[in-house]
Write a protein that binds this ligand. Sequence first.
Ligand SMILES: Cc1cc2nc3c(=O)[nH]c(=O)nc-3n(C[C@H](O)[C@H](O)[C@H](O)COP(=O)(O)O)c2cc1C
Length: 450
Amino acid sequence: MVTATQSAFAGDRVWTDTVDSRRAIPASLEHADSHGADASGAWATSSAPTDRAEIRIALPPPALRLPHDSDPDDSDPLGLSTLLYYAVGLTGHDPRAGRWPLHRAVASARCLYPTECQVLLPHGIYRYDATHHHLLKTAELDPGSATRLLHDIGARAALVVTSRPTRTARLYGDYAPRLCAQEAGMTVGALHLTAVASGLDVEIHQDPDILSALGDGWLDSDSDTDSDTDTDTDTEYAMACLAVAPRSGDALSGQTWVPAELAKVVRARHSGPLIFDPVPEPAPRALLDDLARALATSPLPDCSAYLCVNRVSETPCGIYRTVPGDRGWQLIAERDVVPDLERIGQTDGRVSLNFRSAAATVYLAVPRARAVEQYGDDAFRRVHLAAGAAAHRVTIAAACHGLAARVHNGYDAAAAHHALGLSDPGETVVFQLAIGRVGNHAGLRLPVVF
Ligand SMILES: Cc1cc2nc3c(=O)[nH]c(=O)nc-3n(C[C@H](O)[C@H](O)[C@H](O)COP(=O)(O)O)c2cc1C
């Protein structure tokens, strides 16, 4: 018998959609509410409604510095407070009327925040409530079965990244699954980076059977998955799980990339103002080194990056590439990239942002055809998780240099394929991220600290 939880994840059409989508943002969005979350920010951070008796655990304050070498707090031996805050936590508040009021550590299309994080511990499963920096008990689990599940994946705790596409579908209709899968991937990337910086061993699980077993009994699933009502119900899907445990080996290996001041960098990360129109000044050359190292050590490495350099010190303008295993950029074509960028980066026939003043633009490409062959209907979720994890690293590498990185889905994948010189017809560009310095008009962002 297939349980409701299993059927809600396995084979559900939500994630089988458009692994090779070439759709631009629908024109109907031109008329959509431009504020995304309502003024109270209710969509932005609230935990899903629940009629279960509420048990809340206030987490201790997150560490102010990461990586850190302080002794773990007895009440939170794994440092979950720090881990959750710097990956799914509420980091900024824009108090001005009509703005998206709340911002998290990870970017989210129009701040709709469909992604949540559930924490499986031996005594139960807890939802992270970003608004209050609390854990909220979702379900009591039989201690034997929880311990067994954790043992099976070699973890002291499991962080299950879930997505509620209804939140995004409210504005984006059937384009929502793509955005949600991308954001889930970015959140996986953020949790991974923070876990490594927190001194934890971390392993990412994407296998549907593991996710079904982990979600059994608590996921808010829609049992009628054959209906077309997915956008009417608040179905929650398990997207990936991170198994964490205290680090078994020595300190951080040189194989990984963790910014020296990760906590500060995450708090400073932002996507720039509504219209991305950066100051036309060169970014430092060190940005490219950080980007290359960040991408080379991305935890789900099956994705290639193309970099269009427009304004970077001591670096010729042109198209560069890095593939899994590389630790640097290879120059593919030295030329003025602005005409390419303006041809690729269009939304409904208009250029999506000011590429002329951007320092550089990153495109992430995934092996779509190979993934479909290997994973069938599950390819969509997997390629977006991998690209999302890399995309988050791009935003953090930019923030290390005081630069904004803007994910923008207004681009033409076929034009990108051609202009960037992708040779494999089975490869598809799934992310466009423009990087630049956005002067004082970035918006008012008050820090939120707990
Ligand atoms: C998957 C994804 C897709 C996005 N697509 C667009 C887009 O098409 N156009 C745009 O202007 N911003 C886009 N954004 C940027 C978000 O609107 C931005 O991250 C959000 O306003 C939050 O701002 P913050 O990252 O500064 O907190 C996207 C972000 C994500 C994560």
